[in-house]
Design a protein around this ligand. Sequence first.
Ligand SMILES: CC(C)(COP(=O)(O)OP(=O)(O)OC[C@H]1O[C@@H](n2cnc3c(N)ncnc32)[C@H](O)[C@@H]1OP(=O)(O)O)[C@@H](O)C(=O)NCCC(=O)NCCS
Length: 149
Amino acid sequence: MIRNAQVNDVPAIHDLINEYAEQGLMLFRSLADLYESLRDFVVCQEDSQIVGCCGLQIYWRNLAEIKSLAVRPDCRGRGIGRGLIESQIQQARQLKLPRLFVLTLEKEFFERVGFVQIPMDSLPHKVWSDCVRCPKQDNCDEIAMQMDL
Ligand SMILES: CC(C)(COP(=O)(O)OP(=O)(O)OC[C@H]1O[C@@H](n2cnc3c(N)ncnc32)[C@H](O)[C@@H]1OP(=O)(O)O)[C@@H](O)C(=O)NCCC(=O)NCCS
């Protein structure tokens, strides 16, 4: 079941994201940060467990980012990541956002769900605010991708 995140989900979202962040695959998120941006998140719940999460951060009329997408390692490859993205795409369409972008190492996954690579420098500086918290800030290996809605 994919649904909007609730306050009780935050510890599980935190664990999911930060386990991947330890491996250098995602950016760390603090509990405080997650509570503040809770309304940006959808989660996938199976039985009573949170097995995936995905955020959508809006910066401006035409600028919104898919963030903190993570699926529990033992649940990958079952369509949960696609389901989370599709849920956020649906919400983005309802909000009349014209496009979404993502900064990612997972090029093939995002291609599968409809994103295309764009030049990093086509995004405004505003989106780099997270880079100050990134341990790889001087050696960024992510690519930028976009989906027109
Ligand atoms: C990336 C991630 C969210 C994908 O979630 P998932 O639930 O395993 O993906 P899905 O099962 O929904 O896969 C959707 C499609 O993408 C493909 N796919 C998934 N991961 C892929 C990969 N690493 N390389 C190539 N294709 C991939 C699947 O085969 C599937 O294709 P199909 O629907 O055409 O058959 C998950 O692997 C993950 O949490 N990775 C670690 C954290 C991370 O890197 N997050 C991204 C931050 S931007």
